[in-house]
Design a protein around this ligand. Sequence first.
Ligand SMILES: *Cc1c(COP(=O)(O)O)cnc(C)c1O
Length: 452
Amino acid sequence: MPENPRTDEGFARELDAADPLRGFRAEFCLPLAGDLRRAAAAARSVSPLAVADDEPAIYLTGNSLGLQPRSTRDAVVQELDDWARLGVEGHFHAKHPWYPAHEELRGPLSRLVGAKETEVVAMNSLTVNLHLLMVSFYRPRADRFRILMEDSAFPSDSYAIRSQADFHARASNGAFNVRDAVVRLVARDERSGVYTTDEVLDAIDRHADSAALLLMGGVNYRTGQVFDMARITAHARARGVTVGWDLAHAAGNVPLALHEWGVDFAAWCSYKYLNSGPGSVAGAFVHERHLSNAALPRFAGWWGNDPSTRFVMGPEFVPVARADAWSTSNPPILSLAAVRASLGVFDRATVGALREKSKKLTGYLDHLLRAERGATGIEVLTPREPEARGCQLSIRVPGHGRELLAQLLSMGVVCDFREPDVVRAAPVPLYNTFLDAWRFAAILRELAAPRR
Ligand SMILES: *Cc1c(COP(=O)(O)O)cnc(C)c1O
């Protein structure tokens, strides 16, 4: 990408023609603008920029719900057919036998998050996994009981963290209080909500003696900021603080090296950048150094038991020495099939190639939007350095609120909105094009332009 890319439509088309990953778009079901408008009872805008009803919408919400890979339907139908045909025998004789179905995902998940196969598992949903992992890794004592988190965390994380702290505070006989236990780091730059790495490291230093756990989003859901997970993890661990990352907005978006970074634990959902369908099975990582520690407190279930003794059906829990030890129940097979189909696409595209395109695509959209600043006041809040962001740009459109979303939809664009005035747009390298980015920027310019 040149320093100052051209801003004409022809250049967007040239970039698409030169994109080595352009073929992947055809592997996805792209919602048509007309179907989305009908569903929302929205009229088509009369603007010449509006996407036609029979054209794919400009879908920029892969950060919220990724699109369906075309291979997913067959994978799910195969499980339904095997269940119909084989009943219980499907556990061992389905095309993808159900009993070891989660094992097939270890390879693809480990490549996605930079882990060993023993360190990852597909299980449950994200918030549930955060709870199960905090049971093991938030171990407050009277002198070390605090949890550090970012103030702009996703609400579910705030609730999970606070309720864990409350659970322990009640049992602590007054040794500590839930109000002191949760430390929310507020970004110094309150306007953008973007943190510097140094201010996070400083906060860790300030609480180094009393913090038990640091648990943050690797990519902030509001601003799209990618934290320097390697440095933050090393800094906290060197001070005796356990480190967990919520990777909901990071998995499938940016390259990760959880094992090498020494992260204690992590969890992510699979329906955002991982395209595995609404509410699909989430993932979890536990660092190797914890895997054979059978003494860790844990909420156990039979699926976490060592498979070699699982069917002895005895009353004693014997945790298997892998991340699987945290999975409690046998997994939902229909959902795992969708995860497997989707991760197959990532394995073929590779995280490295996706990231390379993503930097270009998001950089290009950023360039087009920043060019509008003077005329429309549009402001990109997401950091500009490629290493400090993934796909998503968080865009403030002054003077516009939630109504902008409906206007975008009538133009054929799907974005989402966070109160009070932030539009989030995530061009995803697997299925979005440079032309999508160009058209979106042109449409936003038209909608945001001061009315005359
Ligand atoms: C999307 C998201 C969630 C959603 O949690 P579920 O348990 O999957 O419903 C939680 N935390 C973060 C940071 C998210 O981005």
